[in-house]
Design a protein around this ligand. Structure first.
Ligand code: B12
Length: 210
């Protein structure tokens, strides 16, 4: 069953993907597990793209299918109690990178855990991060990166935060498929993961939650 969903995404079978998602959620399966199977489907799509078996139009199609599936799954994720605020997190995908699906999932999960999240969007200039840190005063800044060109923008953002005297006021986490501990060190971030839930756990730790 697990294999089924990722393969359906890989084969761009939109209707079957959405039906399978509904069926598995209806059967009481953990929404996070269903979401992760969709994510694995996207990884397979990426591999086929890299091998030259599929083209950009199909990459775009897979992203649209993923978005529709995520829209069904997200309302089923656990929700924070109304009025509960654990802390503030600023999220964004920086200049040179327009991938947003992973970032959106992290933002949704953080909100579900009671965080106030400001999402800067994609292709964000490093200076815009500094401006928003001043206004929003987040506890954690989370950067999502799916292509290597974004590494320089993330490093630049951290450097600008240092120059503005704001670096010590925030923790910085980086995540997304292409990030590693080496990227964390290159960027000058505090934490790195490719797992959205680990990112949420880090934010909870920083803000003193469980
Ligand atoms: C979908 C997709 C696209 C879509 C994006 C649509 C959208 N609205 O986001 C489109 C078609 C636009 C696209 C464009 C391109 N893409 Co693309 N794309 C992908 C693909 C197939 C899936 C990415 C995805 O959304 N996965 C699903 C999400 C849910 O997973 P995720 O992002 O990894 O996020 C999870 C975790 O990583 C984590 N996470 C993510 N961010 C963060 C942040 C924090 C703080 C934390 C804690 C956690 C966290 O949480 C998520 C849930 O678990 C990947 C393949 C892959 N292996 O990832 C290629 C891939 C990323 N793309 C690639 C490329 C090359 C491109 C293009 C350059 C193609 C082109 N020739 O134009 C352009 C780049 C445009 C740009 N400037 O950004 C390469 C990058 C190679 C590299 N090393 O740099 C990849 C790896 C494909 C490949 N194997 O060649 N792409």
């Amino acid at each position: 069953m697990t294999e089924g969903l990722s393969d359906l995404i890989l084969n761009f079978k939109r209707d079957a993907v959405l039906q399978t998602v509904e069926r598995r959620l209806g059967a009481g399966e953990d929404p996070l597990r269903v979401l992760d199977d969709c994510r694995r489907g996207m990884t397979l799509v990426g591999e086929r793209f890299q091998e030259g078996d599929i083209f950009l139009a199909e990459l775009i199609l897979s992203a649209e299918i993923f978005k529709e599936a995520a829209a069904i799954i997200e309302p089923r994720l656990p929700r924070a109690k109304p009025g509960e605020t654990r802390g503030r997190v600023l999220m964004g995908t920086l200049q040179g990178d327009i991938h947003e699906l992973g970032k959106n999932i992290v933002a949704t999960l953080l909100r579900a855990h009671g965080f106030e999240v400001h999402d800067l969007g994609v292709d964000v200039p490093p200076a815009a991060v500094v401006q928003k840190v001043k206004e929003f005063q987040p506890h954690v800044v989370g950067f999502s990166a799916l292509i290597t060109t974004a590494f320089h923008s993330m490093k630049e953002a951290v450097s600008l935060l240092e120059k503005s005297g704001l670096r010590d006021h925030v923790k910085i986490m980086v995540g997304g498929g292409v990030t590693t501990a080496k990227v964390r060190d290159y960027v000058g971030a505090d934490f790195q993961t490719t797992d959205a839930i680990e990112g949420v756990a880090y934010c909870l730790k920083i803000t003193g939650g469980k």
